[in-house]
Design a protein around this ligand. Structure first.
Ligand code: SAH
Length: 257
C-alpha cells in the first residue's frame, strides 16, 4: 500500500472529503476510512455512503451550520485527540481540502501538542472544483493568469477589496453569500468594472447544484431573486464568460430581458 495509506492505532488522519460528490473522494481517503475506528465528519463532507466506507467506525457528526456552531472547534480538537490517546484509529473527515479554510492546521497542531501522530490527506477543494462543475475555469489563457481564493465569512476590508479590484485575475470567494452585497459594491467602489461577470454556484458537484450568473452590479439582486444560499462559491472575473450559456445570459440581463 502507498505510504500514507495506513492508519495506525492511536493516530489521526485529517482527510479532505472533496466538494460533496461521493466519487470525488480520493483513493487514499477511502483506504483510511476503511481502517478507521472513529470518524468525526463535517457538514460539507460527503456522508451519504459513510457507513459503507467506514464499516468499523463510530461516526460522529461535528458539522457546523452557519450561525450554529454545533460543536466548538476546541471541542473537536479535544475529541480527536482523546480518541487517539485511547488507542483508536481516528479519521477527521472534512469538506474539500483540510487546509483551505478548514481549520485543519489547528487540528493538526492540537494533535502534535498532545504527541498524537497526525497525517494530512489532501482533498479536491471546492475553490476550484465548484466553479469547474459550472463550466468555469479559474484560469484561462488570455483571460486570467491567476486566481485568488479568499474568505467572505467576515466582510472584506478596504485593502482586500482594493487588492482584488486591481489584481486583474479571478477572485474566488468562499463563505461569501452573507457578504455578497458588501463584496460586490466594494469591488466596484475600488474600480472593478460593474459589468465584470460573476458566477455564484450553490451546492456545486451535487445533484442540487444551482448556478447564477450576472454582472457584478446585479449579482446580489440576481442571487436573492434565485434564492441562492450557502454553501456556495462566488467566482468573479472574465473566466465566468466561459460557462456554457453565460454570454447569452449576460447579454439578455443587460438588455433587461
Ligand atoms: N475546506 C473546504 C472549504 C471550507 S469553507 C474546501 O476546500 O472546499 C466552506 C465553504 O466552502 C462554503 O461556505 C462554500 O463557500 C464552499 N463550499 C464547500 N463545498 C461546496 C459545494 N459543494 N458547493 C458550493 N460551495 C461549497
Amino acid at each position: 500500500m502507498a505510504p500514507g495509506g495506513v492508519l495506525e492505532p492511536g493516530s489521526v488522519a485529517l482527510v479532505g472529503g472533496g466538494p460533496g460528490a461521493a466519487d470525488l473522494l480520493t483513493v487514499r481517503a477511502l483506504r483510511l476510512l476503511e481502517q478507521a475506528d472513529a470518524v468525526y465528519y463535517d457538514r460539507l463532507a460527503p456522508t451519504d455512503e459513510l457507513t459503507g466506507w467506514a464499516p468499523r467506525a463510530r461516526l460522529v457528526d461535528v458539522g457546523k451550520r452557519p450561525g450554529h456552531h454545533r460543536v466548538p472547534q476546541d471541542e473537536i480538537n479535544r475529541l480527536i485527540v482523546t480518541s487517539a490517546l485511547a488507542g483508536l484509529r481516528v479519521v477527521r473527515l472534512k469538506g474539500g481540502d483540510p487546509f483551505v479554510f478548514g481549520r485543519g492546521s489547528e487540528e493538526a497542531q492540537a494533535c502534535r501538542d498532545a504527541g498524537v501522530p497526525v497525517s494530512v490527506v489532501p482533498g479536491i477543494t471546492s475553490a476550484v472544483a465548484v466553479p469547474a462543475a459550472a463550466g468555469i475555469p479559474v484560469t484561462a489563457r488570455g483571460l486570467s493568469t491567476s486566481f485568488t481564493v479568499i474568505t467572505g465569512h467576515d466582510p472584506l476590508g478596504e485593502s482586500a477589496l482594493a487588492g482584488l479590484a486591481q489584481l486583474g485575475g479571478t477572485a474566488v470567494v468562499l463563505m461569501g453569500v452573507g457578504t455578497l452585497g458588501h463584496t460586490a459594491s466594494g469591488l466596484i467602489r475600488h474600480g472593478m468594472a460593474p459589468d465584470t461577470p460573476v458566477g455564484l454556484v450553490e451546492r456545486g458537484c451535487t445533484p442540487e447544484q444551482r448556478v447564477c450568473i450576472a454582472p457584478l452590479e446585479q449579482i446580489q439582486l440576481a442571487a436573492a431573486v434565485a434564492g441562492l444560499a450557502s454553501p456556495a462559491v462566488l467566482v468573479i472575473g472574465e473566466v465566468v464568460r466561459l460557462a456554457p450559456g453565460a454570454e447569452q445570459h449576460l447579454r439578455d440581463l443587460v438588455r433587461g430581458a
